[in-house]
Design a binder for this molecule. Structure first.
Ligand code: ADP
Length: 232
């Protein structure tokens, strides 16, 4: 009964999230038709909104497909894990986000203190770190600081992603890993958020036998910590 309840909630949420951008795509297409492309400025504005909103739908659908794909038992069994050097991938993830951080004049510090390996799949492991860094950039104002580190303690690889951004209030913290959950829908929407990122992160961390935790304070910043068993 509970599973059915959750499934129907999921479908309801997904449909709602898809309908919102679709409504504005339709509205702006109608506006274009009514105006008959007479005013170039209006036409350009309409086209820009349609492009932005369809990109948003595409991101959401891509995220949902990836979740569904990973979720199938078949797929989970098919994922071949191999030894992955955590520090190297953390550096690659930071490199991938460097441009985005720079655009917001944010400092992005990387500290790698171990060459330890975990059992994972390289691209999916990188996706975990990249998602956390992407959020750090998104939810930290211009000029803020982001730090990512990778170290090893007692055969546990510990990766921290820390920012001094807007933070998350305690009442929201338990839900941030849920699908579609966003603390501030308007703000998340503006930054292109759809509430799928952290649910993917949580799923992938579990797939590689890891644990994730989060500490946050509103106005001070957020720190995500992921831990994985080291392999020898
Ligand atoms: P989104 O695509 O909306 O970013 P996520 O699943 O990645 O979705 O994150 C869920 C919510 O958690 C976000 O909408 C945001 O409110 C909050 N959040 C995630 N990371 C951070 C962070 N580093 N700082 C502040 N809030 C965050």
């Amino acid at each position: 009964e509970e599973l059915r309840q959750r499934q129907s909630e999921f479908v309801g949420n997904a449909a709602h999230e898809l309908r919102t951008p679709l409504t504005s795509i339709r509205g702006f297409a109608e506006l274009l038709a009514e105006d008959d492309f007479a005013d170039p400025a209006t036409s350009r504005h309409c086209a820009a909104v349609i492009e932005k909103e369809s990109a948003r739908m595409e991101r959401l659908i891509t995220g949902l497909l990836e979740l569904a794909h990973l979720d199938s038992r078949d797929m989970r069994q098919k994922i071949e894990k191999e030894p992955v050097e955590a520090g190297r991938i953390v550096t690659a993830a930071a490199d991938a986000l460097a441009g985005k951080a720079q655009k917001k004049s944010q400092q992005l510090n990387v500290r790698i203190e171990t060459d330890a390996k975990l059992l994972a799949r390289e691209d999916l492991f990188q996706e975990i770190i990249q998602n956390l860094l992407d959020n750090a950039v998104k939810y930290t104002p211009e000029g803020g600081k982001i730090a990512v580190s990778c170290e090893e303690k007692d055969s546990i690889i510990e990766i921290e992603v820390q920012d001094n951004g807007i933070g998350i209030a305690p009442e929201h913290l338990p839900y941030i890993f849920d699908r579609f959950y966003r603390v501030d829908k308007a703000r998340a929407r503006q930054s292109g958020g759809n509430g799928i990122g952290l649910s993917l992160v949580k799923f992938l961390v579990k797939l590689f036998e890891g644990k994730i935790s989060v500490e946050s304070e509103v106005g001070k910043g957020t720190r995500f910590i992921v831990r994985f068993p080291e392999i020898s």
